[in-house]
Write a protein that binds this ligand. Structure first.
Ligand code: ATP
Ligand code: MG
Length: 497
């Protein structure tokens, strides 16, 4: 169906794809795995006509093709859902889906017709998307489905999905895989890029492994396993679980008392109370959109509190600014690294000092100390293995996982007393997951209080010392992450529905 033959693509000095050959059979689900920066997105963006290769050939249905833009690929029935969504926030689902296709004066008519079609498509695949909703009002999981609908609306029968599950909860992943299997049974072909080996094993027929711009393995999924894939991906053995001692919690660092936060659609946090002590990781498990984002953002100072108290080491901090909270020692790894975590057009140095640029170590008399910034950036790059290790690159030139490593590195290097973490390993490769998990446990053991939110139940369960379950803005229970089963927690998260 699709064949990339000897594709090479350079960005400046970086060889993103080095003589890459990948063959995708029709009617299959084909996984592509590999470390952050291995060249997965680049290869697939070439197949979609988004980038032109420097050399090499593309065959589609046996024909040699040359794409000058994604339009050419779309015309052949190729669709792609990108790693970072490309939706226009203040437009509706339908408007986004037909964007670029509309025919001027007939726009209104087209919208109504499209709305009906999208409703039909959405219900057939059980996607549950309201065509009239504004993008900015949707959760990332729903936005993901809009991107999928957009590709399907354009009649794609060859779909490229770049880390589609990174933003989905485990339940959503199940549903999503159901959709992919239904599409395969309709004869469609799917390429899926993912870092989650259990997903590769669960959904794919074949798998390609990339490392450092090269293809290092083509395997039949049925004939491989997680250990072998992990070894091929990072070139060494990887610990696929978290190792930690029991926590030795000390004084209370964070107290949340009867907290209410107003969200976009009514009350998001509805009377929440809990504590986090120094030296422990408190996890919050919940289906996305149940108030966990607003809870973390309120504590970080990004959203205002409508009632209740947030106390840091015994003093109320409700009215403190974000900067004042950072100065107290509160760090925040936000869930949306592109919106909240980075300035994409700024270079790595500027991103490395976001939030701390006014500190004495970084600037004096309003002047930034360039050498200090350079050293600080290099240290983060080195300790957190940000690749390519070039402080002068704009953040947008980093692959998704490397952007995440930069944000995590910046926040951890502040040596916070309280660390608020949302989705810390979203989109990072298995080697980096292992590394970030180890760092979080080290921070805990050195006395940091950590509040962790993750859509990955396995992740919160294995990292947290105490686990709170949130539903509809309320804490509905606390479980012992060691003894509670995933099913039991899942049931609490959904209210037994
Ligand atoms: N537009 C760009 N400008 C400069 N460099 C780029 C650009 N796009 C990608 N690169 C570089 O090419 C290499 C491959 O990046 P790519 O995004 O394909 O990796 P990936 O395998 O998708 O990684 P991830 O799992 O982190 O998404 C990286 O070193 C990246 O920094
Ligand atoms: Mg990528």
């Amino acid at each position: 169906m699709l064949e990339l033959k000897g594709i090479t693509k350079r960005f400046g000095n970086v060889v993103a794809n080095n003589n890459v050959s990948i063959k995708v059979e029709p009617g299959t689900i084909h996984a592509i795995v590999g470390e952050n920066g291995a060249g997965k997105s680049t290869a697939m963006r070439i197949a979609y006509g988004f980038y032109k290769p420097d050399s090499g050939e593309i065959f589609f249905n046996g024909q040699k093709v040359e794409f000058s833009s994604p339009h050419d690929a779309i015309a052949l029935g190729i669709g792609m859902v990108h790693q970072h969504f490309m939706l226009v926030e203040n437009m509706t689902v339908t408007e986004n889906i037909i964007l670029g296709e509309e025919t001027g004066s007939r726009f209104r008519l087209d919208v109504i017709k499209a709305e009906n079609e999208i409703t039909e498509l959405s219900s057939r695949l059980r996607l549950n998307v309201n065509p009239k909703a504004l993008i900015e009002d949707l959760s990332v999981g729903q936005q993901q489905r809009v991107e999928l609908l957009k590709a399907l609306y354009r009649k794609a029968n060859f779909l490229i999905l770049d880390e589609p599950t990174a933003v989905l909860t485990p339940q959503e992943v199940e549903e999503f895989f159901g959709i992919l299997r239904r599409m395969r049974s309709e004869g469609k072909t799917v390429v899926i890029i993912t870092h989650k080996l259990e997903e590769v094993l669960a959904i794919s027929d074949n798998v390609t492994v990339m490392r450092d711009g090269c293809v290092v393995g083509n395997l039949k999924t049925a004939e491989t396993n997680a250990q072998e894939l992990a070894r091929l991906i990072v070139g060494r053995e990887v610990l696929l679980r978290v190792e930690k001692e029991d926590a030795k919690p000390k004084e209370v660092v964070l107290e949340v008392e009867g907290l209410f936060v107003q969200g976009k659609h009514g009350i998001a946090v509805n009377g929440v109370s809990f504590n986090v002590r120094a030296g422990e990781i408190v996890g919050i498990a919940g289906v996305e959109g149940n108030g966990q984002t607003e809870l973390i953002e309120a504590i970080a100072g990004l959203m205002s509190v409508s009632n209740g108290k947030i106390k840091f080491k015994g003093s109320e901090i409700n009215s403190l600014s974000v900067r004042e909270r950072i100065e107290l020692g509160i760090a925040h790894i936000p869930e949306d690294r592109q919106k909240r975590g980075l300035l994409l057009n700024f270079d790595l140095r500027e991103n490395a000092i976001l939030g701390v640029h006014h500190r004495k170590s970084i600037s004096s008399n309003g002047l930034i100390n360039k050498v200090a910034v350079e050293n600080h950036t290099k240290e983060i790059i080195e300790r957190f293995d940000v690749r390519p290790p070039n402080p002068l690159l704009p953040a947008k030139a980093l692959s998704g996982g490397n952007q995440q490593k930069l944000v995590v590195g910046r926040e951890l290097s502040m040596n916070p007393k309280l660390l608020l973490v949302a989705q810390p390993t979203r989109g990072v490769d298995i080697g980096a997951v292992e590394f970030i998990h180890r760092k979080l446990v080290e921070m805990r053991d050195s006395g940091t209080a950590i509040l962790l939110v993750s859509a990955e139940l396995e992740e919160v369960k294995s990292l947290a010392d105490r686990l709170l379950v949130i539903r509809k803005g309320r804490i509905v229970g606390e479980v012992d992450p060691k003894s509670a089963s995933v099913e039991q927690i899942g049931l609490m998260m959904t209210g037994g529905e």
